[in-house]
Unconditional design. Sequence first.
Length: 406
Amino acid sequence: MRFTVIKKDKDTEARLGVFETEQGTFETPVYVIVGTHGKVKTLDSSDLSATKTQAVISNAYHLWKDLGDGISFFPGLRKTIGNGLLTMTDSGGFQVFSLGFGREHDIGKVGFFPGGKRGGEKNIISEIRAFLRTRVGRTRNEKNCVVISNHGVRFFDEGEKYLNPELSIEIQEKLGADIIFAFDECTSPFHSFSYTKKAMERTHRWAVRSLKAKTRDDQFLYGIIQGGAFKDLRVASSTYIANLPFDGYAIGGSLGNVKAEMFQVVDWAIPYLKGNRPVHLLGIGSIEDVWKAVERGIDTFDCVIPTREARHGSLWTSRGRFDVTKGKYMNDESPLEEGCACPACSSGITKGKLYELFKEKNMKSGYYATLHNVFFFNSLMENIRESIRGDRFLEFKKEFLSRLNS
């Protein structure tokens, strides 16, 4: 594999890059579509091509559980999902958080409302602290399914499994993605400076162990930057990881108590990374996030937004998001988006037809909605790449966001 930066925007840190692999050539910045279990839900390989998909990320932890001993005979993601795609697998580090502290207190890695409503801008620091006083410090309960040590992590979500850096790399090598990640501890927005520092140092030790465990030369291995929403820790982690022989970097873990803090965390990390290596932002991908990530020099990012929201009836367009399951779309014969060339719109699917399919719980509802959303985000990235190539990134950003907010 090879990654090359071929063009930089004149006004921002946005850049046009290219991955060259055995699967083909892939331009960045690119939206990496999530296929948790080695398949993008509702779509097959021909659909991925029709939606302009370039890259897919699968979940190493879940595939490990799915395949069991059969993982030794797995032909590799390049064959099962590849189809000329750039493939990634995460390390299982996010499950350390999602099956542990995140599950116990029903929080996400960015922002939350006490009571489980996540991701809003209305989060108030005093509310967070009040909630913390009632939650943090409790012993592990039945919802928290992990036990972390310096050696590795025990998971108790379904039976018992033990994962450490060496096994994570072994699993990812067997899964055979183009890009794999070092095993890390993904921390919570609730964690203190002291605990976040310990987790970061543990992640650094695991990064070295991940590098030593790697045996394949045909995979890129990314080191993961941790440190929560603490500037000193993010700078320390970026500096440490950048001085190890990783092929690329990923910014992970808690990205702030509120979403507004997310890109401050990215700003702290980026200056300390080596500019000739690709940078991935883990688990981020709304329309607004896409623009903010790209203009800061992020090359790839993954998120469940296009697929998960599609399966629940939320459709994305150049004028924003709408819920096609609302009654007002019952007899709406207009396309999902005017002028859209996605496979769903091109086949004549209207808002009214899709409303009907959702109400009938027809499996085709999620299929058509996913086709549309994945095509939309991939088309947006294609246009962003062209704007960088043509030295009009900020101009295109202004045009696009003015339509979005109109």
